[in-house]
Design a protein around this ligand. Sequence first.
Ligand SMILES: O=C(O)CCC(=O)C(=O)O
Ligand SMILES: [Fe+2]
Length: 544
Amino acid sequence: MPDKKGTKQDGGDESTQSNSSERTYCFSLATCLEVVSKLTHNQLNRELMLFGMSQENVDKLEKPEKADLLRVYMHDGTSKTITQTTDKLISLTQMFTRSANDTMTSVQKSAADVQLLLSSAQKLEPPTLPPPTLPEAAEAVPRTEDAPTGGTIPYRSLETNNSLARFDFASLDSELTFDSIFANRKVAYFGDVPYKYSGGHHKAKQFPSDSKLAEILVVVEDICKSNGLNFKEFNSCMITKYESPDAHIPPHSDNEASIAAGSSILTVSIGGTRDVVFRRRPPGEQQTQTLTVKHGDCYVMTRSSQDFFDHSVPRVEPARYDSPRISITLRKLEKVSKPVTSSDGVNTKNVLILSDSKNPSFDCSELKAPIAAFRDNMFYLRDLDKHREAIRHSDVVLISAGINDIKKNRVSPRKLHDHVRNFVVQFPNTQFLFEAVSPVTMAADPFHTLNSAIDQFNELMFKCSLHHENFKLFDNLGFSLAHLSRDGLHFKPNGQRVISDCWKHVILIKFGFRHAPLPIRKNFLTLYEGKSLSRWVRNRDIWR
Ligand SMILES: O=C(O)CCC(=O)C(=O)O
Ligand SMILES: [Fe+2]
């Protein structure tokens, strides 16, 4: 029978263990209840007293009542046992839940630690490589006899055995369609991947298989073999046509991130003779080297040499010019077209300078990474359309033109303004820096007709700068210095230098490398005296 402590073990019949004070009955409850009904009066009394009833009270009860009471006690004892067991189970469950929760928390913490480790591993700088040194370039491009002292030559002329001589400019030219992207040269592009560079962008385009171009490349493949070059690596072909003495490509480096590291850049020359000028960066006159390329010549540069040298095909004096030339340049481009970046991986800011003949010698390479500047001729503002593609791919477009539209074409200031504003609206992501048209001297404009049109135009452009965040007007202060000009319209070389410096200055301001207001003459501000100007000046940052 269960005792007061409710200890209970199922066991065999009648095997009763008894002690004086504490007895443990190894029977099930059902057996116990059955036994109770068979107990004698005295046995019931004893049992009841064991459950704490006094002799006196036990005596008062009849036998059936005693048996019932005993049953109640026994039930009570059993439920107590059940409650205790349940409590124990609950507390065990709670304990397990707690420890499961603890385990879960520590698992989560470990997972977070692993995440942290992974992400910090990703953020870890790659091991710093020693900066590239010129001897590295020397290794890629072997020295030649005529290398200047202490320098290397960034190109190699290939032995062609005259194998390209049988091709001619005219038949190649006649089968090509050029995208007129640049005013100073014409360009066509074929390749598996698009090619983007400072100032230009070409979509991938299938190479014409049955063509003169394809025939030329069959010969170039042989030339590559005999010169130890891997022709198969080339997957892009850029064709450039220089059809006048004025046609040229300004100094630049083929250093776009999309050109595969360690690859070669091969150029074939068909047609007229031209000079290719290589220059050590930073530019220094004594370090330029000229390669004269004739019909059928081939030269190769390495991608790595582009970090140390730039190259250009300058204009030629008409007297030295023989005939038009086409160059075919083969490159290995990465399949994934990356944004244009400078060699140190910083995203390049592309600047396009569109200017009339004021400053043909502007040296774009004086603007250093992350700025990549490119200048193109734009004699008339009406020709903005021709530069649409280049504008689209530029972060900043500096425009220095307008005088020829006003002076030569007599375009009305309003019309000209509307034309420029159209572009500003069409390319909201491009920042335009517009150089105010400079007034000409009294000698050049005795009746003040030209200057009054110029004033009207500048005034409209200034208003435009107040309305369009991506358009800013600046004044090239060099224009007001009469001694820098030949005739009140054209500049002497030192005048061109002053103008170039101002262009650089405003570009550096634009990218936040110089902290200064954009130069602008006072009378623009006085045009808007009073409330309206102060409101504009307050609400809009007209200076930057
Ligand atoms: O015409 C050439 O020889 C040079 C062309 C070039 O430099 C270029 O396309 O990047
Ligand atoms: Fe180039």
